[in-house]
Ligand binder design. Sequence first.
Ligand code: PLP
Ligand code: ZN
Length: 433
Amino acid sequence: MAVQTVASTENAGNAIDLGPAAALSCRECGERFPLGPIFACATCFGPLEVAYDLPGGGPAETEALRKRIEAGPNNIWRYAPLLPVPADVATKPNLNPGFTELVKADRLARELGVTGGLHIKDDSGNPTHSFKDRVVAIAVEAARAFGFTTLSCSSTGNLAGAVGAAAARSGFRSCVFIPHDLEAGKVVMAAVYGGELVGIEGTYDDVNRFCSELIGDPIGEGWGFVNVNLRPYYGEGSKTLAYEICEQLGWRLPDNIVIPIASGSQLTKIDKGLKELISLGLVEDKPYKIFGAQAEGCSPVSRAFKDGHDVVRPVKPDTIAKSLAIGNPADGPYALDITRRTGGAVEDVNDEQVVDAIKLLARTEGIFAETAGGVTVGVLKKLIETGLLDPAGETVVLNTGDGLKTLDAVAPTTGPSATIRPNLQSFREAGLV
Ligand SMILES: *Cc1c(COP(=O)(O)O)cnc(C)c1O
Ligand SMILES: [Zn+2]
């Protein structure tokens, strides 16, 4: 199938089975299009998102849905009735991510002065050790439905690894694109699964621009770019974070959620997921606040929030939090709108604070986060210090990636307490105990 950049009716009447997904709809003007590998509205060029025929919110239907979810597999497919995937998705070869641990973080809470309960949603436990396995798993099912044979993406690092692994498991070829100067852990992870990995001399935003060009070229025919022409489906994967957090809290909404922002897709779709749970009656409606976290060296959304602007002005990234280094975030304005509408905020921390927060989380909870997790925990700390987040509320913080992929961030300031000769006297002399 030829890759298209805007909507057409090519799939109209075809049996594209993506479960409850009914159509794509434009986030700006609301126009609807048939399900297909398209991402921009033909009328206004607004971004498209998946629209559903979901069950009604009556008490009997809600109870049946809740039971069905709870009886499902311990991965994102337990939410298949709410995702753009076929009903038999759990039987297909896929990495089956999700249902990661929600860690009750009492020791970190004490350290930060959170009294209303603090939880870490630890997505480092996914198959390729970042939250990206969620979004890729959904994009894989869309790629299968549309007959693509190659999976591709523009990546800040984690996505490339997630696509490489998912392609290997699911039987696609893969060709992924990254900025040439990523961390060794991310580069090795992206290459080891055997697909093509291409480093591009430039920033993520250059990589993304290149991929948009590739989509329009005959070379890109038959290619599913998970975060470009499959972006509406990809984005839906992040809703599973909202579902899991609420289910793991006992089908309740938290008061505050702190989420890192790269393109802003994750934050936007977590909000979409929470709203679905409310409208389906799976959780009781109450106000919740969404907070965004960025690194100071790439903080276009935080800047706009603080300046009171609706426009997110692009920046040139310079931060150790490379997985969040998107200078021109596609969903930035939507993320901005959600944080303002819910009464949250967007904040940023510098590289030193990122490293301190990685160590704080490791020391208090035994979780080794990548730099993005350091950004999020660092921002939580700052939000409490500045009074923007109420420590008496129940708060969930996302750790979206694994510290083993960004060892260089902490290696210079972390190491053995002592190096000794193998005898007691030498150990005593080291003065550790
Ligand atoms: C991609 C990524 C994010 C955020 O992604 P969005 O583009 O905002 O959806 C957060 N953390 C890590 C570790 C990531 O790799
Ligand atoms: Zn439109």
